[in-house]
Ligand binder design. Structure first.
Ligand SMILES: NC(=O)C1=CN([C@@H]2O[C@H](COP(=O)(O)OP(=O)(O)OC[C@H]3O[C@@H](n4cnc5c(N)ncnc54)[C@H](O)[C@@H]3O)[C@@H](O)[C@H]2O)[C@@H](O)CC1
Ligand SMILES: Nc1ncnc2c1ncn2[C@@H]1O[C@H](COP(=O)(O)OP(=O)(O)O)[C@@H](O)[C@H]1O
Length: 282
């Protein structure tokens, strides 16, 4: 399957999925994103996803992850709410290790998956695909997709996925019945109905630890701001996912331009998100 059969996703299309706050909005109407991410081993993944969600523009970011990580999240973003409460979309798994999930963590993840709310499954929650009840998007890289498919008795090596990423992303969407966002220099976004977009990265400086955690935060925030549409039209999630990749790529370009085309960190990337959102709205 060639790249040509994949649609592009333009700035104008992305702009349609950025919600501008209105006079009658409050923080709940604007959307609450919940994150169960991070672990004692990878606290940074939680900080990065929370930071990206705030920067994307959402009414509230609720962090529900392990207690051991909450102080780090609050130290970086005191705006974050750590009390349980209303959530309109979930981000699960960044910085979690599927092989070492505590009883408590498993219970919290199952609770979120059973909620019927839109869910972003990343990294250490990818193995839970299929136990969801709401609109779901998975965000693997090539290694994670190969592992996930193999665990479902679909033989795929990392090299197979790297050789034909679009075909494997499409197959994952079909067989797992979820929106699939396969990360890489080109990111493939597709769904079981056959809608598909390929987005080429604006800069290869993006290939750095933590940038995927930032993408999950952007995507969760956009899903939360569109929770009402998603409750009646789950197919919107494919376009929301493409928009998240677009925003992520543009933020990387801006952040790198800011340092004369030099390297960027995941936090630099998150810091550039508001300018992308602003220019899309403008
Ligand atoms: N600051 C932090 O706390 C960070 C935490 N992270 C977390 O670290 C955990 C492990 O993440 P890893 O991505 O290392 O996953 P894994 O350790 O599960 O997988 C990495 C393996 O997949 C292979 N692979 C194949 N294609 C790849 C690709 N395109 N990108 C990366 N690896 C590829 C690698 O060779 C490697 O063997 C995740 O939970 C992740 O969310 C990372 O996001 C990095 C930053
Ligand atoms: N060669 C590359 N050029 C541009 N972008 C890349 C390249 N490789 C990976 N990326 C992007 O970088 C991000 C890496 O995410 P991920 O693999 O989850 O890393 P992490 O888990 O460290 O956050 C993804 O958005 C992916 O699309």
């Amino acid at each position: 399957m060639g790249r040509d059969s994949w649609g592009q996703w333009s700035a104008a299309e992305a702009a349609d999925w950025i919600r501008r706050p209105a006079a009658d909005d409050d923080k709940y109407r604007r959307g609450v994103v919940g994150l169960f991410t991070g672990s004692a081993e990878y606290p940074g993944a939680a900080v990065l996803g929370v930071e990206a969600a705030h920067r994307t523009g959402v009414g509230m970011v609720r962090y529900a992850g392990p207690k051991a990580v909450r102080a780090a999240v609050l130290a970086h973003r005191p705006e974050t709410v750590v009390q349980p409460g209303r959530v309109q979309a979930w981000v699960l798994g960044s910085g979690l290790d599927a092989g070492h999930r505590s009883f408590l963590t498993s219970g919290e993840l199952q609770h979120a998956l059973a909620s019927g709310l839109p869910v972003v499954l990343d990294a250490g929650a990818l193995d839970l695909v299929g136990t969801h009840t709401g609109p779901t998007v998975i965000t693997p890289h090539a290694g994670e997709l190969a592992r996930l498919l193999s665990s479902r008795e679909i033989d795929a090596t990392v090299d197979d996925v790297r050789a034909d990423p679009g075909a494997w992303a499409a197959r994952a969407a079909r067989e797992l019945r979820v929106v699939t966002l396969l990360k890489g220099a080109t990111t493939y976004v597709c769904d079981p109905e056959g809608t598909r977009f390929a987005l080429h990265a604006s800069t290869h400086w993006l290939a750095a630890a933590g940038t995927g955690d930032v993408l999950a935060g952007i995507l969760g925030a956009l899903a939360a701001t569109h929770h009402e549409i998603l409750s009646t039209d789950a197919t919107a999630l494919t376009r929301i996912a493409a928009t998240a990749v677009f925003v992520h790529g543009e933020a990387a370009r801006l952040a790198s331009d800011h340092v004369a085309g030099g390297p960027i960190t995941a936090l630099d990337l998150a810091g550039a998100i508001p300018r992308v959102v602003g220019s899309l709205l403008g």
